[in-house]
Design a protein around this ligand. Structure first.
Ligand SMILES: [Zn+2]
Length: 452
């Protein structure tokens, strides 16, 4: 057991040693010595995660959502200012490589003991650890525990001698030896399936990547055979052909690549599905694309709209979409919300649309959840005010909405109409916080009017 003083003493020692190293003039060292020094630094870098794993696992076991202000990955991201994706990665790595506890609290070895041990000693780096974890998680389900342990130990040993790309080759060979016939069960495939929509880039484009099950592939194939054929669903055509057979002229004039045709076919399927009205409701509104923009931008047919999912749409797309599907277009003049007053417990669909424009996403501290996935929260409890006024509403994601209950976190509106989140008094986490994530422009304005 280490005391708090010993702990802060150890940190002071590390920082003092770093300060000393930074002052070092390494230019005088010989080439061999400089390379050796880099190896030393790499060793330090490699050992660091092993120090974090026990902390992360202990937090995962003990800390309440109340104390964390939401999910663990969000709290780690907030505290250390790393991305939420990175924080989630670290939690997963800690689960594989950190100490565990059994059901009754008894200490247990890490899931991958040999890799964990090697990481503690700095003989495996980030790259090697990633290779071994990927290999381990992709092993077919029928491979027994003993074999798993053996190959994990083997890779951990080889990883201390080879670079990640060499280790990856070795892992592939090992996987082939273990499963020469390529026997994978439905469970293995089900585990691996997934689609990830990447972040929107500066040019507005997004990368879609993932793994399809054989069934999903067969389905997609059949749809593409029809809709991605030359002449089908071509946005360059005056009236794109989406259900009949394309005319000879449409086929002749189709200059798109096969990949572009696939893209347009998928878009046509999804748009058809939205327009069919068969998707029902989502959060009280018909499943639809919700776009908010300003009147000035709409009239000028320039600028951009923002969807409830956080996607930036060029105005040309907003207008094109309006021709195809049922959707809601909320227009705002100088950021003023419509005044809507209701005496109902639930926010009306119109109020939800206003929130897409006002809040854009969860108003919880540091939260990145877009509006489509948010619940509506009454800032002043409905039981007290008996009115559902849109200026009294805010968006909150599920995990953070659950923190808002008597004795827990609270919210209030400040003079500017922004929602402030306050932790319960016993947590002592400082000032009320406003989420600027969905309103980056607020950070730019803030400097001026915060001056006393
Ligand atoms: Zn949230």
């Amino acid at each position: 057991m280490i005391g708090r003083e010993a702990l802060s003493g150890a940190f002071a020692t590390i920082h003092a040693a770093f300060d000393e190293l930074i002052e070092c003039d390494c230019g005088a060292l010989a080439t061999r010595e400089q390379l050796a020094m880099l190896k030393n630094y790499e060793k330090i870098r490699r050992r660091l995660p092993a120090l974090e794993h026990p902390l992360i696992n202990s937090l995962a076991r003990q800390a309440t959502p109340e104390e964390l202000g939401g999910k663990l990955s969000h709290a780690i991201a907030e505290e250390t200012l790393i991305s939420r994706g990175q924080a989630a990665q670290r939690i997963k790595e800690a689960r594989d490589l950190g100490p565990r506890r059994g059901l009754t609290g008894e200490p247990m070895d890490p899931t991958m003991p040999a890799t964990a041990e090697a990481q503690r000693h700095g003989s495996l780096g980030t790259g090697q650890v990633a290779v071994i974890r990927r290999f381990y998680h992709q092993l077919p389900g029928w491979i027994d525990a003993e074999t798993r342990e053996q190959v994990e130990a083997r890779l951990a040993k080889e990883g201390s001698q080879f670079r990640p790309e060499q280790l990856a080759d070795l892992a592939d060979t090992l996987a082939d030896c273990l499963n020469p016939d390529g026997n994978y069960s439905d469970e293995d495939r089900a585990r691996q399936r997934g689609l990830t929509l990447g972040n929107q880039q500066a040019d507005g484009m997004s990368q879609l990547r993932g793994w399809l099950t054989p069934e999903a592939r067969a389905t997609l194939e059949a749809v593409l055979a029809k809709l991605a054929a030359p002449g089908m669903c071509n946005p360059d055509d005056e009236k794109p052909c989406v259900d009949a057979s394309p005319s000879e002229e449409a086929i002749e004039g189709d200059a798109r690549s096969a990949s572009q045709r696939n893209h347009d076919a998928l878009n046509a399927v999804l748009r058809g599905s939205l327009a069919s009205g068969k998707l029902g409701q989502h959060n009280g509104l018909p499943a639809s694309i919700i776009v908010t923009t300003t009147l000035a931008e709409l009239e000028a047919a320039a600028g951009r709209g923002l969807t409830g999912g956080g996607t930036v749409l060029p105005m040309s797309d907003v207008i094109r979409l309006a021709r195809h599907a049922h959707h809601y277009l909320a227009i705002f003049d100088k950021g003023k919300a419509l005044a809507l007053y209701h005496t109902k417990r639930l926010a009306s669909p119109a109020q939800r649309i206003v929130l897409y424009a006002k809040d854009r996403g969860c108003s919880g501290p540091g939260c990145t959840t877009p509006g489509y996935y948010c619940e509506v929260h009454h800032v002043t409890d409905w039981a007290q005010c008996r009115a559902t006024d849109v200026n009294n509403l805010t968006f909150a994601c599920g995990p953070q909405h659950r923190l808002l209950r008597p004795g827990g976190w609270t919210t209030r509106k400040n003079a500017r109409g922004d929602t402030e989140w306050l932790p319960p008094p016993h947590l002592d986490r400082g000032q009320p916080r406003i989420n600027t994530f969905h309103h980056p422009e607020m950070l730019l304005h803030d400097g001026d009017d915060d001056e006393p």
